[in-house]
Write a protein of this length. Structure first.
Length: 357
């Protein structure tokens, strides 16, 4: 059985793919994004997976890869094409090699043309392929920088991707319209740049007249990606909170453990978002907690002090998770949700007031 997730970075419209062997729980990550490493790390942890390596399809120009940061956090290796010119990888891939995870593997196919070092990854049973920017859904990656060449790209797609089984699903590196997947059969027939009777000259004429501006992050992203995503000291993008030992969940919530909170009650503000009858009810509440029900939180944001970090709490952690997001969207950065809510707090025999015996 295959583990598979398609993940999106909305800023760059980049797709990241988590692929793994369900029996061994070993996985690889294709085209991770630096700013989404927290999300990816949370998913891998919650599913109990082992990240063996990250695989970039090429040196990206529109975002910084998360390969280096994932190696720092999870110990995963960095794989990239030998022709990419990138430094700092653990393995440089060549055409025809296999990247193994558990009992499964991805075949590496060289598909230059968008850049000189583009590769496509094909799943062992040829049911799925991950084409990066070489082949997009009803499109193709541009060929006007980083040693791009429309003739080479045309031949790459036709010899290495269009020769796959017609039913093979194609997962691209980007899509700017929200489309998620296509197939070899569809792109052979309907791709307006490469499909049907389109010739290499037709394709070159199309690509040479796109008239596109350079990607906004190109001057920053390409140098960083040539170092496998390792930023220099003036370009650090990671801004995780450091006021407490927090845990980031795949749901996008920063969580904090009850016992740490009890030991640091003087250093934080507790915001209880239950209804009044719950706050004063049999479960009690944390000493010194402020009470604002979730339903009125947005209208009462001016009552919340920004002088100390805020810990949100409810009965079991659901409503307070929403409250933490509301506070963050309002510009309060030092916010965390109490994991498990007052039920968890009580289960750990921590101090409460107003509780029934």
């Amino acid at each position: 059985m295959l583990i598979f997730r398609q993940l999106l970075d909305p800023q760059s419209s980049t797709y990241t793919y988590l692929i793994g062997d369900a029996e061994s729980h070993q996985v690889v990550l294709i085209d991770p994004v630096f700013e989404q490493v927290g999300r990816d790390t949370a998913l891998i942890g919650e599913l109990g997976l082992e990240l063996l390596c990250t695989l970039d399809t090429h040196v990206h120009a529109d975002h910084v890869t998360g390969a280096w940061l994932l190696k720092e956090r999870l110990g995963s290796q960095i794989f990239i094409a030998k022709q990419s010119g990138a430094k700092g990888a653990d393995r440089y891939l060549e055409h025809g090699e296999h990247v193994e995870f558990g009992k499964r593997y991805l075949e590496v196919r060289a598909t230059p043309g968008h850049t000189a070092g583009c590769v496509t990854y094909v799943l062992d049973d040829k049911s799925r392929t991950f084409t990066g920017d070489a082949l997009l859904i009803r499109g193709a990656g541009r060929t006007d920088f980083q040693q791009g060449n429309p003739g080479i790209l045309y031949r790459s797609v036709h010899s290495q991707i269009f020769t796959l089984p017609a039913s093979c699903l194609i997962y691209p590196g980007h899509d700017y319209r929200g489309l998620t997947v296509t197939s070899v059969a569809e792109e052979r027939q309907f791709n307006p740049r490469l499909g049907g009777a389109i010739s290499e000259n037709d394709f070159a004429g199309y690509m040479n007249n796109l008239g596109l501006g350079h990607p906004k992050q190109m001057e920053f992203a390409v140098p960083a990606n040539l170092n496998c995503g390792r930023p220099d000291e003036t370009q650090l993008l990671d801004s995780e909170p450091d006021w407490a030992p927090l845990h980031y969940t795949f749901a996008g919530i920063w969580e904090i453990q009850p016992r740490w909170v009890e030991e640091h009650l003087e250093d934080v503000k507790i915001l209880d978002v239950r209804e009044l009858e719950e706050f004063d009810g049999p479960l009690g509440h944390i000493p010194g907690a402020n009470h604002i029900p979730l339903g009125s939180l947005k209208e009462r944001l001016d009552e919340i002090s920004k002088e100390q970090p805020i810990v949100t709490i409810c009965r079991a952690g659901g409503r307070s998770a929403r409250a933490s997001l509301i506070l963050q969207q309002a510009g309060l950065s030092n916010v965390a949700n109490l994991a498990g809510g007052i039920l968890r707090w009580r289960a750990e025999n921590l101090t409460v007031v107003g509780a029934a015996d």
